[in-house]
Design a protein around this ligand. Structure first.
Ligand SMILES: N[C@@H](CCC(=O)N[C@@H](CS)C(=O)NCC(=O)O)C(=O)O
Length: 251
């Protein structure tokens, strides 16, 4: 089987087949996806990659009595530079001029074991400022991995440990781990604090066009490379590699 590895952490997973040995074939698709602990679990019985939905979906809002009001210095963004979803949040943070209000930390670019006690591979923080260029230790919780942040936020969490993570330092929890929602919050909810408040990256007269473009970009390209990279069988791989190529050639 030919695989398109587009990112360093996928490359890191390539040679070590042990990383995927805990996917139990007797699980049904539903069960398998419900229990996905990482993208390598998100495979249906046909061998196709099936993304599970993000779990933390709270909103930072200017509305009165909001549980998560837009306060400067309260929230922190955890990213990996290797993750395009996290990188778009970082792009928004910079373009909107929110760097003084919302700081960020990047993990190491290649997955490692997140715990001694099991085989899970995921995003980890370096142990010191100098261990890995661009990556920093967790400044607030002393977490060794993104997994630990999810476990701090929810003791019975049983999903994937993805970046981006928008963290609330006050309530010590994850506000949101879905980049498409984090960028919307950055665009509208921090305008009393943002240095480029007047810049609207989702103006009402363009919303329908942006949504329509997003739909094919997301399914065909953004998630399309995952569907190629994580396909486990030749059939689903060929189906998605052709549509990915078509998107590049014709769009
Ligand atoms: N829907 C999420 C997807 C984020 C996502 O898939 N992040 C990947 C890196 S690009 C990740 O952290 N994967 C960890 C894993 O699968 O265990 C978003 O757009 O924020």
């Amino acid at each position: 089987m030919v695989c398109v590895f587009t990112k360093p952490h996928l490359l890191a997973l390539g040679p070590n087949k042990n990383n995927i040995s805990f996917i139990l074939p007797q699980f049904s698709l539903k069960c398998n996806l419900q229990m996905a602990r990482s993208a390598i679990d998100e495979t249906s019985d046909t061998g196709a990659f099936k993304r599970t939905a993000s779990t933390f979906r709270n909103f930072i809002s200017k509305e009165p009595n909001s549980q998560f009001p837009p306060e400067s210095g309260r929230y922190h963004l955890y990213v990996s530079y290797a993750c395009p979803w996290a990188s778009r949040c970082l792009a928004y943070l910079k373009i909107k001029g929110l760097e003084k209000a919302i700081a960020f930390t990047s993990v190491k670019p290649i997955w490692e074991r997140t715990k001694e006690s099991d085989e899970h591979m995921g995003w980890v923080f370096p142990a010191s400022e100098t261990e890995e260029a661009g990556a920093e230790p967790d400044p607030f919780n002393g977490a060794r991995s993104i997994r630990e942040l999810y476990e701090l936020a929810s003791t019975n969490y049983a999903g994937k440990y993805t970046v981006p993570v928008l963290w609330d330092k006050k309530l010590k929890t994850i506000v949101n781990n879905e980049s498409s929602e984090i960028i919307r919050m950055f665009n509208t909810e921090f305008n009393d604090i943002a240095e480029n408040a007047a810049l609207d990256l989702y103006p009402s007269h363009l919303q329908a066009q942006i949504d329509e473009t997003n739909e094919w970009v997301y399914d065909g390209i953004n998630n399309g490379v995952y569907k190629c990279g994580f396909a486990r069988k030749q059939g689903p791989y060929e189906e998605v590699i052709i549509s990915l190529a078509v998107e590049f050639v014709f769009n």
